[in-house]
Ligand binder design. Structure first.
Ligand code: PGA
Ligand code: ZN
Length: 415
């Protein structure tokens, strides 16, 4: 089926920051849409977004990126038979710069997502099914959600050093049960916060964002909520996205954590202590994005029990993932297509992880839209986990709910 039109326009994400919506029309008259997310704790090595600068919308406008779509990208594809994988390669060739500086990762990803959706539609397939078939995956397994319960770091104003605390219902038998467990714990957590006189407003990713005295207090609240909801560590684990690059002082190589200056090895001791006290099964960005040697150290010390997850460290880049594999610096990767700029490159990153027995976590960004692309992506590429935010905020639940919809109609079992 041929592509007849590609359109793009400015919309606003969950923080009110401009982003791109793209609509691709097929010659049949049918059309698909995509919307691009955007991060706040952006890794230094991520592909770059093209933003307008200047006074309008604090310089965050995306009109230049939209012009790029109309002038440089769309003319290459209109009138041609839709072929997502091939066209994605052409997109990559159009911008061969290291960080997608020429076209902008936001412009490229808007089109890339629409190409995958459009190709699936032209074959009469659901997006996840199209992606799975293109990888020759015939059996589908539902991912386990990592549910954000507390927001700190750049996603809230509570001065909490750790960016995210996550509950991980890995013992659930289905995605529906995993969500039920998570929501029950979320309710308990709200009651506990109210009883403690803490604020129950939520942060950017839909987790609670009260003021805490230190980074251990949220772990205590979460452990209590899990127990009060009637669950234990046989079913529910805890994760943290520390986003340590955000509080790393590059000049002296120290971490400004909980009001103290810590050396990397002192931070590692803190992690080991918390892993002994709490059922922690996942530590994301526990160290800064260039602190490779200490990543290797932490992996050696905790890697057999805990997922050592690279986000800012790896930025969904095959080159950086390969480097981490060689050094044995982690055992899991966050996958965010907008960190690399195309869906194909994100798929390549997943395949590389799978080849080396690494865990993959398909992830949203803190600035999101109701687009559910990542839910289908996770299922299609067989990601082990999904991290789509908390049990509040429509743009987060849209993605969890999409997986509930697919599971309902497919009735597949979790691994
Ligand atoms: P970001 O945060 O989207 O603001 O980068 C998400 C994460 O660090 O996982
Ligand atoms: Zn992260």
């Amino acid at each position: 089926m041929k592509i007849s039109e590609i359109h793009a326009y400015e919309i606003y994400d969950s923080r009110g920051i401009p982003t791109i919506a793209c609509e691709l029309f097929l010659e049949s008259g049918e059309h698909v849409a995509s919307a691009v997310p955007s991060g706040a704790s952006v890794g230094k090595f991520e592909a770059l977004e093209l933003r307008d600068g200047g006074d309008r919308l604090n310089g965050k406008g995306v009109k230049k990126a939209i012009d790029t779509i109309y002038q440089k990208i769309a003319p290459q594809f209109i009138g041609r038979e839709i072929e997502a994988l091939i066209m994605d390669q052409e997109l990559i060739a159009l911008d061969d710069s290291a960080q997608k500086k020429k076209l902008g990762a936001n412009a490229m990803l808007a089109v890339s997502m629409a190409l995958f959706r459009g190709h699936a539609l032209s074959l009469g397939l659901e997006l996840y099914d199209f992606m799975a078939r293109s990888l020759d995956y015939d059996e589908m397994t539902m991912p386990v959600p990592m549910i954000n319960v507390f927001n700190g770091g750049r996603h809230a104003t509570n001065k909490l050093s750790v960016q995210e605390y996550l509950l991980i219902p890995y013992g659930a038998r289905s995605f529906a049960q995993a969500m039920e467990i998570s929501v029950e714990i979320f309710y308990e957590l709200k009651k506990l916060l109210e009883q403690a006189g803490k604020n129950t407003c939520t942060g950017d990713e839909g987790g609670f964002a009260p003021v805490f005295n230190n980074s251990i207090e949220p772990l205590e609240f979460l452990a209590r909520a899990i127990q009060r909801a009637g669950y234990d560590s046989s079913t529910v684990g805890i994760g943290m996205d520390v986003a340590a690059s955000e509080f790393y002082d590059e000049k002296c190589g120290e971490y400004l954590f909980d009001g103290k200056r810590l050396k990397a090895h002192e931070l590692i001791v803190w992690y080991i202590e918390q892993c002994h006290k709490f059922p922690i099964i996942s530590l994301e960005d526990p160290l800064a994005q260039e602190d490779w040697l200490f990543w290797v150290e932490l992996k050696k010390l905790l890697g057999s029990e805990v997922k050592i997850v690279g986000d800012d460290l790896l930025v969904t880049s095959a080159t950086r993932i390969n480097h981490a594999i060689e050094l044995d610096a982690a055992n899991a990767a966050i996958i965010k297509p907008n960190q690399v700029g195309t869906v194909s490159e994100a798929i390549q990153a997943v395949l590389l992880c799978q080849e080396h027995g690494w865990t993959t976590i398909a992830s949203h960004r803190s600035g999101e839209t109701p687009d559910t692309f990542m839910a289908d992506f996770a299922l299609g590429v067989r990601a082990n986990y999904v991290k789509f935010g908390g049990c509040s905020h429509g743009e987060r639940l849209a993605k969890y709910n999409r997986l509930l919809q697919i599971e309902f109609f497919k009735s597949t079992l979790m691994r």
